[in-house]
Write a protein that binds this ligand. Structure first.
Ligand SMILES: Nc1ncnc2c1ncn2[C@@H]1O[C@H](COP(=O)(O)OP(=O)(O)OP(=O)(O)O)[C@@H](O)[C@H]1O
Length: 251
């Protein structure tokens, strides 16, 4: 039997020895899509970073692709929030995507035909084949997000983490990203994405994890995106379920 893509048992994560999120119990199998949902400062990015070895696991047992997060470093794919990147970075779209091949290639080696094919396929998959020669910084936010997704895809990770991939993304880019994520999970990639959008979580995820300083719930969207669980997690926000829609309302 192959090991789970991710298994966290009683995990606390944080920085410099101080926890920001506690009580995390998660198990994710190949091909499953997990949405992390919670308010600003809930610990979504910190949890994602813990999988990548970029924040600390302070207690409990954390297993990533059958290893400790430190030993799994570089194995999981990562699509960061685009607003954390320097858009003036003087590189072409193709060069950004090629960076995803460096782990397999070694950055000191010339690219091989297989790498160039993978980059072309990755750009095709996210619908940006015609932008390959463009400068990364000239693209829109949604297009840049799709380029970063292509960069992650070409590394062929078994586990892919995406930090708020739909932030500031228009409907066309969102649709393109959702389609690619569905294709990836159908091919066996396990996905973890953070989002503030409850409709995205409901429609895209097999599992939803509600967090806010601690884990409040994990399970299928129908079990977790309930008024009671969302009120607990968001504390200050009311939840209006009128018309079957779930909306977070500031008091
Ligand atoms: N490098 C860091 N060092 C110390 N504390 C940090 C660091 N990064 C984040 N934090 C703190 O950890 C807590 C959780 O932040 P995190 O970014 O994980 O939340 P989030 O759920 O992703 O929020 P948002 O929705 O606003 O992106 C916050 O209180 C934040 O100030």
């Amino acid at each position: 039997m192959t090991s789970a893509a991710l298994r966290y048992t009683g995990v606390s994560v944080g920085y410099q020895g101080t926890p920001v999120l506690t009580g995390v119990d998660l198990e994710l199998q190949a091909g499953q899509r997990l949405a992390l949902v919670g308010p600003n400062g809930a610990g979504k990015s910190t949890l994602i970073k813990s999988v990548l070895g970029m924040s600390q696991v302070l207690s409990g047992s954390a297993n990533v692709l059958g290893r400790s997060p430190a030993a799994a470093r570089g194995l999981a794919g990562y699509v960061p929030q685009t607003d954390t990147l320097d858009a003036d970075f003087p590189v072409s779209v193709r060069q950004v995507v090629m960076m995803g091949r460096y782990r397999q290639l070694g950055w000191w080696r010339p690219t091989r035909p297989a790498d160039r094919r993978a980059v072309a396929d990755g750009l095709e998959q996210v619908g940006l084949a015609d932008r390959a020669r463009h400068r990364f910084g000239t693209l829109s936010g949604g297009q840049r997000q799709r380029v970063l997704l292509a960069r992650a895809i070409v590394a062929e990770p078994r586990l892919l983490l995406l930090d708020e991939p739909f932030n500031g993304v228009d409907a066309v880019s969102q649709e393109a990203i959702v389609r690619v994520l569905r294709e990836l999970s159908a091919a066996g990639t396990a996905l973890i994405l953070s989002t503030h959008d409850l409709a995205v979580a409901r429609d895209l995820a097999d599992l939803v994890c509600l967090i806010n300083g601690r884990q409040w719930a994990v399970g299928a969207p129908g079990e977790t995106l309930t008024a009671t669980a969302l009120r607990q997690t968001y504390a200050h926000a009311a939840v209006d379920l009128a018309d079957g829609r779930m909306v977070l309302v500031e008091p």
